[in-house]
Design a protein around this ligand. Structure first.
Ligand code: GDD
Length: 319
């Protein structure tokens, strides 16, 4: 396949769930040359991309890759992305999400005469304790993070804005709301429930599904729609700006569970597992996506039910 105008993209932290989808999209739809960094202990099965080992906590390693590739577009995906894990390991979350981001930005800043566009992936969790009249929430809203992960992503957002203004860098931020799809790790809710249901269907566990807080309300989008939004924002977004990426319509975790059970048809009992509850869990996080739509014309293509069904099928093959 020919690479369009030799546009080079670099995905930092491409070894995870979102990285694989983003790499495929940039290669097959944008026709860009795709480069990916991963951690040494990760494996990436991808024939079309150039793959580099680099750790964002080691600025020299990341600077070398960026300097060698000199991409036009940099997608910074590397993160400790689990809210739940951030309660267990706050220091690591701060290191990776805050210091790691500074290293990426400084690596770029220290290369003379080089001005790529950089997309920083933040989170809808940054908004935190959202007041009733603030939902669906827009980018101008005050941030009141309610957990360590959210605090690090809010910090990343502040740093991105500061660097973009102070050093005139082309940095754009997104606040991604919950994204889901086949291949996501089972520590995230939809994957977690689908995996348990697939195990129940196969008789690998008793017909009890263990759940956490079912009353939380979240805004879910298919990962394939999310990466399409990222590619549009990096091309059309304004430096120093932040864009929500979500569906615009939130749903309770209980309703998500009921959809999964209905698709499966399995006979299951629901049991709350205290270990899955969090010290704080924001009640509702729902995106106002008008800024994204206005800037890019993005619309979701995948219906929630179909994404859930694809995710269940994935786990049926895996267990
Ligand atoms: N994981 C999990 N497992 N979550 C559960 C469960 C369960 O059994 N039962 C209920 N929940 C609730 C959680 O308490 C939370 O309110 C919601 O389901 C979603 O949890 P996760 O899927 O773990 O995701 P998250 O919302 O904490 O974080 C995800 O979304 C953020 C954007 O809103 C991650 O993808 C983050 O990286 C992302 O920034």
């Amino acid at each position: 396949m020919t690479v369009k105008d030799n546009i080079k993209a670099l995905i930092i932290g491409g070894g995870g769930f979102v990285g694989g989808y983003l790499a495929s999209y940039l290669h097959s739809e944008c026709k860009w040359e795709v480069n990916i960094t991963k951690m040494k202990n990760e494996t990436i099965d991808c024939v079309f991309a150039e793959i580099f080992d680099a750790d964002i906590l080691n600025i020299e390693s990341i600077k070398k890759v960026i300097n060698d590739v000199r991409p036009k577009y940099i997608f910074h995906l590397a993160a400790q992305s689990s809210v739940f894990s951030s309660w267990k390991n706050p220091a690591l979350t701060i290191d990776v999400n805050v210091k790691g981001t500074i290293n990426v930005l400084d690596a770029v800043r220290n290369i003379d005469g080089y001005e790529p566009k950089i997309l920083l992936i933040g989170s809808g969790e940054e908004y935190g304790h959202i007041k009733e009249n603030e939902t669906p929430i827009n980018e101008e809203n005050v941030l009141r993070p309610g957990n360590i992960y959210a605090a690090t992503k809010a910090m990343q957002n502040f740093i991105g804005k500061i660097y973009s203004e102070a050093y005139n860098m082309n940095i754009i931020m997104v606040r991604a709301f919950n994204h889901i799809g086949p291949g996501q790790a089972s520590n995230f809710v939809v994957s977690d429930f689908c995996r348990q249901i697939a195990e129940i269907e196969k008789g690998l566990r008793e017909n009890v599904i263990k759940v956490g807080n079912l009353s939380a309300i979240r805004d879910f989008t298919d990962v394939r729609d999310v990466v399409r939004a990222y590619s549009m924002i990096i091309q059309k977004g304004k430096p120093g700006n932040v864009y929500n990426v979500g569906s615009g319509k939130a749903i309770s975790i209980e309703d998500i569970l009921n959809i999964i059970i209905k698709i499966s048809g399995a006979d299951v009992n629901i049991e709350v597992d205290e270990n899955k509850l969090r010290p704080v869990d924001i009640k509702i996080i729902e995106a106002d996506i008008s800024k994204l739509v206005e800037a890019t014309d993005w619309q979701r293509k995948y219906e929630l039910k179909d994404t859930i069904s694809d995710t269940l099928d994935f786990w049926r093959k895996m267990v």
